[in-house]
Structures are given as C-alpha cells and as structure tokens.
Write a protein that binds this ligand. Structure first.
Ligand code: PBG
Ligand code: ZN
Length: 318
C-alpha cells in the first residue's frame, strides 16, 4: 500500500480531504463602542476595530456583501456601575445597534450576554461581600436577554459562566414571548490567558481577583463535559468551547458525545499571536490562518467564531 498515491497532485489531495474550512460557518465578532466617534483599532489586533454605532452598521453591510452570514456583537457602554445597569437598557448601545443592523441587513446577529463590560469592577456577575454572587446575577442576565431579543437579536450568547444561566435565560425569554430566540451557550469557557487583547479592547479586566471561580480550570476535561451536559439539559441550542486552539481535545470530546451544534471561539490572543508572528517574519500568515482554522473544523466544530473571518472572505473575493 502506498498512501502517497492519495497526495500526488493538488486535485487528488483536495478530493480526498475529509474536512475543510467552511467559510459560511464563520462568525465575525464586532465591537460597538458608545464612547467614540471614529473607529479605533484594537491594540495588538491589526484590522480589528471598535466602531461607533453608525460606522459599525456600515461595516456590517460590507460584511454582508462579502458573504458573512452572522456576527457576534459586543458593546462598550459609556456608563458602568456596580450592577451593570446599562446592559439591559432597551435603548442601550447594543440594543440600538442590533435594531439598526436588522433594519439594514439580513445578517444573523448573536449578542454576547455578560456583565463584565458593564460593571465598574469588571466581573461577569454581581458582587456580594467579596464574592461573585451566582443567583442574583441570573436575574440580570434574564433582563439582558429579553432586551436583546426585543431589539431583534437572533440569539444571545451568555458568556459569564454562572451556574444555571441557560435555564434562567431560557425561562426569561419564553415568559416574555421570545421562544424563537436562540441560546448559544459559552458552555466550556476556560479561565484563559488568551483573552487579554479582548479585555484591553472592552476595558473589562477585573479590578480585583480573577475569573477562576466561574470560568473553568483548564486541567478539568470531565468537568468541561459536565458543563456542556448541563447546558444541553437547560435548553442551550448551541454549545461553545472557548478558547479553540489549545482546546481541540475538548471540542473533539464534545463532538463525540453530543448531537447539537458546536461552536468554537478562536479568541483574541489566538489572532494576535498569529498576526504578530507573521509580522515578524516567523510564519506565513495565509498558511497559518488556513492550518489553524482547519484544525478547529477538523476537531469537530460546526461553527467557528473568528477574527479572521473578514480576512478570509476578502481573500476569497480577490
Ligand atoms: C466576556 C467575554 C470575554 C471574551 C468573550 N466574552 C472575555 C473574558 O471572559 O474575560 C473573550 C473573547 C476573546 O478573547 O476574543 N465574558
Ligand atoms: Zn464577562
């Protein structure tokens, strides 16, 4: 047997490949910032910007023309307080932006649901004493969810890793008549050092402590499966593993055990590291983007949230 027969030419290699990057399965993250009037490039993330509302909507239209199908929207509010009250304001920055994108495009919109961008302490939940209080946070999450649904979001993506968040949000949505709003649950979200460019961008670094009492320990595989299992039971439509590249084993394990769609989040520092290594001449950018995203699909992700989405779709056009 000579396996090299299957590799002898580009066309032979292509027809026998058993996985590939699906460009229509890529989700582009977008940041709307209430504090700026001109777009600002995010530090260490070349070509990725925070936009004021109207510029973001223009960009979303451009994305739609490029062939982007869906976006994951994040907001940076003007007002932060201990309760994160700007998060569920029906006229808040994210809610207004969702409405306008929906008026102008057919893009599917997932809206990130968390408190860390809205609280003055930067944690993903409310503080009681010195702790992040799980159950009082759930009520706020439900309010955010209905305000996003009301604005027209196709789905909400709770990223705070509070126990019971999917159940509480599902109930809140259903009670308010939003049975059609999807929940894309950040199920196995690890306490990772790979979020730093993101936190820098949305000013959500915790002012004390860290996120390790709610985000997962990266040494716990079985617990990751339990997190997914619970979210499935609680009514998640899609489960997510995050980050993606250091967690391909988790994606694979979740793929083998569950039937619902799996999302993987190719996070900010995964983008930064590749861009920076390419800039320094260490790697070839296009090749490494292709190889790294291929690995995420090959591990079993159905959809991939990636800052490379725009780049890839643009490359395809040219
Ligand atoms: C907020 C949130 C984070 C990311 C997505 N939602 C940061 C965090 O948990 O600290 C990270 C995204 C990225 O790094 O690209 N809960
Ligand atoms: Zn958060």
């Amino acid at each position: 047997m000579r396996l090299r027969r299957l590799r002898k030419s580009p066309n032979i290699r292509e027809i026998f490949a058993d996985s590939k990057i699906r460009k229509d399965k890529l989700v582009m993250p977008m940041f709307v910032d209430e504090n700026i009037t001109k777009r600002e490039e995010i530090r260490n993330m070349p070509d990725i910007y925070r936009f004021p509302q109207e510029q973001l909507v223009e960009k979303a239209k451009e994305y739609e023309e490029l062939g982007v199908k869906s976006i994951l929207l994040f907001g940076v509010p003007k007002h932060k307080d201990a309760m994160g009250s700007a998060s569920y304001d029906n006229h808040g920055i994210v809610q207004r932006t969702i409405r306008e994108i929906k008026e102008e495009t057919d893009l599917a919109i997932f809206s990130d649901l968390c408190l860390c961008e809205y609280t003055d302490h930067g944690h993903c939940g409310l503080i009681k004493g010195a702790k992040i209080d799980n159950d009082s946070t759930l009520d706020v999450y439900a309010k955010i969810a209905t305000s996003y649904a009301e604005a027209g979001a196709d789905g909400v993506a709770p990223s705070g890793m509070m126990d019971g968040q999917v159940r509480r949000i599902r109930k809140g949505l259903d009670d308010a008549g939003f049975e059609e709003t999807l929940i894309l649950a950040y199920s196995a979200k690890f306490a990772s050092a790979m979020y730093s460019p993101f936190r820098d961008a949305v000013h959500s670094t915790p002012s004390f402590g860290d996120r390790r009492t709610y985000q997962m320990n990266y040494l716990s595989t079985r617990e990751a499966i339990r997190e997914v299992e619970l979210d499935v039971e609680e009514g998640a439509d899609v489960v997510m593993v995050k980050p993606a590249l250091f967690y391909l084993d988790i994606i694979k394990e979740v793929r083998n055990r569950f039937l619902l769609p799996i999302a993987a989040y190719n996070v900010s520092a995964e983008y930064s590291i590749i861009r920076s290594a390419a800039k320094n001449g260490i790697i070839d950018l296009d090749s490494v983007i292709d190889e790294s995203l291929s690995s995420i699909f090959r591990a079993g992700a159905d959809i991939v949230i990636s800052y490379f989405t725009e780049y890839l779709l643009k490359a395809e056009k040219n």
